[in-house]
Design a protein around this ligand. Sequence first.
Ligand code: TRP
Length: 334
Amino acid sequence: MSKKRILTGDRPTGRLHLGHYVGTLENRVRLQDEYECFFIIADFHVLTTRTENLREIGENVRQLVLDYLSVGIDPQKSTVYLQSLVPEVTELCLLFSMLISVPRLQRVPTLKDVMRDLKLETASSGLLIYPVLQAADILMVRSHLVPVGKDQASHVEVTREIARRFNTLYSPVFSEPEAMIGRVPTLMGTDGKKMGKSLGNAVFLSDDAETVSRKIAGMFTDPTKIRLTDAGHPRTCPVYSYHRAFNKRSGAGSEIRRTCMAGERGCVQCKKELAIVINEFLDPIRERRATYEKRPELVNEIVLSGSRRARSEAQQTLQLAKEAMGLTYFRGEG
Ligand code: TRP
């Protein structure tokens, strides 16, 4: 029996950080053998909120591929591809856009979030159909599982609705894919607030050791713990949450929690230990990144061949969809 499929990916808008790692990247790496994986670099999706300075996207694409390869996404096993090199996705998106209502899309929570964050008064029609394009990405390779951060769950829900609607209206071409959320659904930023690529509160996978140590030394901790001997509240402390997510030493979490609450450990020590943990975690990632950085032509070829592979899949799916809909009017087309 052939393997089930995964499709997931990211917009090329900047470097990936530790939150992406625990939210989705580690699932992707872990599931590469069990599933046939497609990882999309969704450059069309960037256009939903950006109409200028588009030339910068290219460099972001390159950095994103390096992020993928550096965490251990293996191009021998998985397909890494660029959305715009698979133009069939736009055709499927158009067909899908007929199967979902405008009010339904207006209720997708990420739309309001993006409009608030970017201070947009109105959404372009492209931004409104963002989840429809994402559904086309996912269903284009007839994916079963979508490992994503928690914020993307509502888009996978739209995808399921579109698949269901298509299947009942025409014929069962698509399976209803499931979202898979990571083991740490929301890692907070170094300031204890929501982590963001461009909020100055993220530790990036490509940060060097010194940058990591500096960022961690500046992290927020429990504000009520002023002296080492004060009883701390690990439950609300960003530094503790990072220890929980990344400190693999057995018993470390409970020991840190106990000594913090008992006033037996200070925040400075806690941060120093965390910096060591994170840097040890990032070292192999940095090494792989450096290897690929030296071979830009290889990185190029990985994306081009991945995109050819994804495109052939896309052409087949599109043909199936059109046949199911009765849109194939001439023999020999497609
Ligand atoms: N919307 C996703 C994000 O911002 C990126 C994305 C585009 C995606 N197409 C996808 C994720 C398909 C999963 C599946 O992170």
